[in-house]
Design a protein around this ligand. Structure first.
Ligand SMILES: Nc1ncnc2c1ncn2[C@@H]1O[C@H](COP(=O)(O)OP(=O)(O)OP(=O)(O)O)[C@@H](O)[C@H]1O
Length: 287
């Protein structure tokens, strides 16, 4: 079976710094895979190249969707990458804090329908973009009132219903009308995943989803990620430093150091790989 993400010979230079060096990484259908390595190894740069934030210096980013089309993502803008079935979360939480939980997911949903993707995929999530998001929703309400168009209202209703369903899938439905900023940290991370899921991806890229979580929240995240894969059929590639989570959840692990892939394999293979122990895990990993 073809991989759903097939990255070949990926290289990214920032001036004189080679942040990614001839990387080959693939994700198989139905897989949970992890990308690990020391700080500065190039993991987030890899995500940025795959999702259209950066245009790689060399290499190919190919996707083979479950519905059968194959396409090359290089050079596509982030919104076009989203439309082709890839969604991501960011290392630092990038929610619209003064909007409700439901509205945050609705923005993700609008990305799917073509509107609003400029807002969600902006990595800076700047105040201007946040204002744009508020205006976007305010504008929709005004437009709905003025036009009272049946199709417009139906589309909005669909967006609300779909977004609410996504919240149910991640267990956040009871917080739908709360402001995002009032959610505990672990639930904010969960909301980011929900927003990404609202774009209907077949591959979800999670950048350090367990960062800042306590052990109980990490355990719940582990269950959630597996549920998303099993129930929604979404494959997952995650960057993570929590080795207990990585080892328990991943079918395969890719290890990077200084922009290069130094190993790949099952958790058992990675745990005992000498190069990985030396570069990253240390001698006494018991995860
Ligand atoms: N936009 C950029 N301009 C210049 N250098 C960059 C840029 N983005 C990343 N780098 C550099 O590329 C290298 C890889 O950084 P990257 O953030 O991808 O590492 P990482 O593995 O994700 O690290 P961490 O685990 O700390 O998040 C680092 O040396 C970083 O300083």
């Amino acid at each position: 079976m073809k991989p759903i993400l097939d990255v070949k010979n990926l290289t990214m230079d920032f001036g004189g710094l080679r942040a990614l060096d001839s990387l080959d990484i693939d994700v198989r259908p139905g897989e949970i895979a992890a990308l690990i390595g020391p700080n500065g190894a190039g993991k987030t740069t890899f995500f940025n190249c795959v999702t259209g934030m950066y245009n790689p210096t060399q290499g190919d980013v190919l996707v083979n969707s479950p519905s059968g089309y194959s396409t090359r993502l290089n050079g596509l803008k982030p919104n076009k990458v989203t439309e082709r079935g890839l969604a991501r979360t960011f290392q630092n939480i990038r929610l619209f804090q003064n909007m409700t939980v439901l509205e945050n997911v609705m923005i993700g949903r609008h990305c799917h329908s073509g509107a609003g993707h400029e807002i969600i995929m902006d990595p800076d999530n700047s105040p201007v973009k946040r204002m744009a998001a508020s205006a976007f929703f305010g504008g929709m309400e005004i437009a709905a009132t003025l036009l009272k168009g049946k199709r417009f209202k139906e589309r909005e209703q669909e967006t609300v219903q779909y977004s609410y369903k996504v919240l149910e899938k991640v267990g956040l439905e009871k917080f739908a009308n709360n402001f995002a900023k009032n959610l505990p940290y672990g639930l904010q991370r969960r909301l980011e995943i929900a927003r990404a899921m609202a774009t209907e991806p077949f591959l979800l890229l999670l950048d350090e989803p367990a960062a800042g979580m306590n052990p109980q929240e990490t355990k719940e995240l582990d269950d959630l990620i597996q549920r998303i894969r099993d129930k929604e059929g979404i494959s997952i590639l995650l960057i993570e430093h929590d080795m207990r989570l990585v080892m328990s959840i991943s079918q395969r692990i890719f290890v990077m150091d200084y922009g290069k892939k130094i190993a790949q394999g099952t958790p058992g293979e990675i745990r005992t790989n000498d190069a990985v122990i030396k570069a990253y895990l240390g001698e006494d990993i018991d995860a």
